[in-house]
Design a protein around this ligand. Sequence first.
Ligand code: ACO
Length: 388
Amino acid sequence: MTGSNGSTAVSDQPALPKPEGLEGVVAASTALSHVFGEEGKLVYRGYDIHELAGNASFEEVAYLLWNGRLPTQDELKDLLLTLGEERSLPGHVIDVIRALPGDAHPMDALRTGASALGAGGGDQFDDEPDLDEAIALTAMFPGILAAFFRLRQGLEPVAPKPEHNTAQSYLHQLFGREPEDRHWRPLEVYLTLLADHGMNASTFTARVIASTGSDLCSSITGAVGALKGPLHGGAPSKVLDMLEAIGSAENVDSWLTDALDRGERLMGFGHRVYKAEDPRAEILRGMAAEASTPEFFELSRRTEERALEMLHERKPGRRLYTNVEFYSAAVLSAVGLPGDMFTPTFAVSRVTGWTAHVLEQVANNRLIRPQSEFVGPTDRKFVAIEAR
Ligand code: ACO
């Protein structure tokens, strides 16, 4: 191969297919969850997501992902007790969050908090990831976000109440008052829906880091960074921005047309694996109908309908459908969260899947180390700086 500078690029590797973005590549084996893209079906440990959503609590789902089966009543009670005991953040983590600028993004605060947890010394997060660490990290995620959310408003963090479940505790620590049923219950269903999702980018990131023998906080810190991107978990606040910019049903067509004419992507549509509707979007649509205002739901519905029609017209054969992020915006707004807390709330759920994947990875580990096709030059000669 000849490069633009005339030098030669070589490869000592056999010619392998190079799927862009690793599409279709099987990167690991997992018994945790699977996305059946053609059917629009999601399964956690053998249970269709429709079986679990609204029936299982978030903690039952977490237990299922970590242990491979649903808990008994006593096991669930023990898990809730442990989560309640583990929620308080170490002082140094609060100090680190306190030191962040108030205009930092909450995902940056979460990434920093997760990293700080791993720098705590002692033996809570030692080098070998285990289930106790997974539970502790899951317990502390809501508190990291709530502390940042309050500190940036000039308010002090709120101590968690041990009797709260995860959804209740998160809202209580954010807003400093007892959460209402109409808020924590839909949030809990949302958390069960987002807990795991096959070999998505952030999960893959967590597994790659775990495969090096690194610690749990490092794996999860990396995963938070991967989730932040708008092509992955960063979309729902952009869905809210889009709906707010559209403003009313009369503007839907012109706004979407202009955005597509500019070559922009419509947030909340399309998916690497689903070639049918994301089953989580279907469940969230039903929740949004109940939880959000009729005006906001109507605007969301109209925007979805027209976006799908336009995407099908403009990208025939691409099979672009509504993804989980579209109605997450309506549901999370309705439970009282501002847009910049949407992706962090996704992480409050997904930390269960990430930690379960890390445990699965280390239980049967082999370093994840792919290859690249080298397309650069190989024979350049160094020229001293004075002569360049
Ligand atoms: N709006 C407009 N066009 C789209 C969209 C969209 N939302 N999604 C895909 N396309 C188009 C692309 O422009 C491309 O068209 P082209 O080949 O004519 O240029 C084609 O569909 C395929 O797109 P790719 O980027 O190759 O598909 P990929 O599998 O990499 O993308 C992704 C998946 C990133 C989710 C994409 O659909 C997207 O950007 N969606 C918007 C952002 C979003 O909603 N992200 C949340 C994803 S869900 C999650 O991670 C939790």
